[in-house]
Design a protein around this ligand. Structure first.
Ligand code: HEC
Length: 169
């Protein structure tokens, strides 16, 4: 009788993993977000990357790494908004009652505040941003956790994204 029971148990586990929703719904649909009217085309491109992981030419922006549970939680389609939230305010992600990840706020003022905490200097540059998003290193050179994916994107896309984060409070 042990074999059927084990089978039944794994079925239950699989089902509950499939059904459990992340407490955070990724915002994939609308490009425009009422609280952040985009003005320049640069920040508009950045906004599209932030919410949809698609560059202005329509190419998907890809990544390596990311959380082990990423596929289950977000249908393996990650955007910055999936983890950092629709207003880049950051978010605590809960799955099956457990905290599985805490993503920091990354609106520009939050990035500056984080840099100040770590280095004492109140500036966060495009280079700092590139290191975090592409290399996965913090302002002080320490490695960010694997939960933050390592993104593959051009310098232009990176600059657009940074311009978009500068429009947020
Ligand atoms: C699967 C979740 C996830 C996704 C998707 C994600 N991030 Fe992150 N990100 C994190 C986590 C978690 C951290 C904190 C890592 C740490 O502190 O070790 C982080 C950290 C960061 C930081 C560093 C902040 C600092 O400490 O200096 C930046 C910048 C950042 N993310 C930008 C982005 C951008 C831009 C995107 C989209 C291209 C993105 N992230 C997508 C989870 C995510």
């Amino acid at each position: 009788m042990t074999a059927p029971r084990a089978w039944f148990f794994s079925l239950v586990v699989l089902l509950s993993m499939g059904l459990s929703a992340c407490s955070y719904r990724p915002t994939i649909g609308p490009l425009k977000n009422s609280s952040t009217p985009s003005t320049g085309s640069q920040s508009a491109s950045g906004e599209q990357i932030y919410f949809r992981s698609v560059d202005p030419q329509g190419n998907a922006i890809t990544y390596t790494g990311g959380p082990a549970f990423g596929g289950m939680m977000m249908g393996s389609f990650l955007t910055c908004a999936s983890c950092h939230g629709p207003e880049a305010q950051g978010g605590n992600h809960i799955m099956m009652g457990m905290q599985v990840m805490n993503a920091p706020g990354i609106a520009y003022p939050s990035l500056v505040a984080m840099a100040q905490q770590t280095t004492g200097k109140s500036s966060y540059t495009l280079d700092n941003f590139r290191n975090a998003v592409i290399q996965g290193t913090d302002v002080d050179g320490s490695r960010l956790s694997q939960e933050m994916p390592r993104w593959h994107m051009s310098d232009q896309d990176l600059a657009d994204l940074f311009a978009f984060l500068k429009t947020l409070q």
